[in-house]
Design a protein around this ligand. Structure first.
Ligand code: FES
Length: 156
């Protein structure tokens, strides 16, 4: 019931205007850290718009997340230079090692993996950034090693 009220409060903030769906979703994400499916269903009911339309918006904008964020942000540059120097292989290795998809969060919520375009440090390619710290010349093995270190607080 409290959740219903919370969604209603967000909708009321924008006077129930369907055209304000994006700010409503931003408010929800700011509050919860992500967009829980149950809340999206409630929003759909409250606004009387199809759930599929809400999912269309959520999946179109990369700033919206459907899963809780991990404790650490791991960003892998997939820009042209980094890609040519192997960032695709690094991404594959991380996804396999930690059973995760790009944009996803590990089951233990240790980290969220994001792929981005050029981060402006091509001379250091391939580049991985963890919580704002840059790692250059990364390989699949070194990336895995650094991320394993997150658990113990080493490396980062
Ligand atoms: S392509 Fe990765 S830093 Fe430019």
């Amino acid at each position: 019931m409290e959740q219903e009220l919370f969604i209603k409060e967000i909708v009321d903030r924008y006077e129930g205007d369907n055209g304000m769906l994006i700010p409503m979703l931003q408010d929800l994400q700011a509050e919860k850290g992500y967009l829980p499916p149950d809340d999206l269903r409630k929003l759909s009911r409250e606004l009387e718009i199809p759930l599929v339309r809400i999912y269309g918006v959520v999946t179109f904008y990369s700033s919206f997340r459907m899963a809780p964020k991990g404790q650490h942000d791991v960003t892998l540059c997939m820009g042209t230079v980094c890609f040519l120097k192997g960032s695709g292989r690094i991404s594959d290795a991380l996804c396999e090692e930690f059973s995760i998809q790009p944009g996803g969060t590990t089951e233990d919520r240790l980290f969220t993996l994001q792929a981005v375009n050029c981060v402006g440090a091509c001379a250091l390619a391939p580049v991985m950034i963890i919580d704002g710290k840059y790692y250059d010349g990364v390989t699949p093995d070194s990336a895995i090693e650094v991320i394993r270190g997150l658990k113990t607080g080493d490396n980062v």
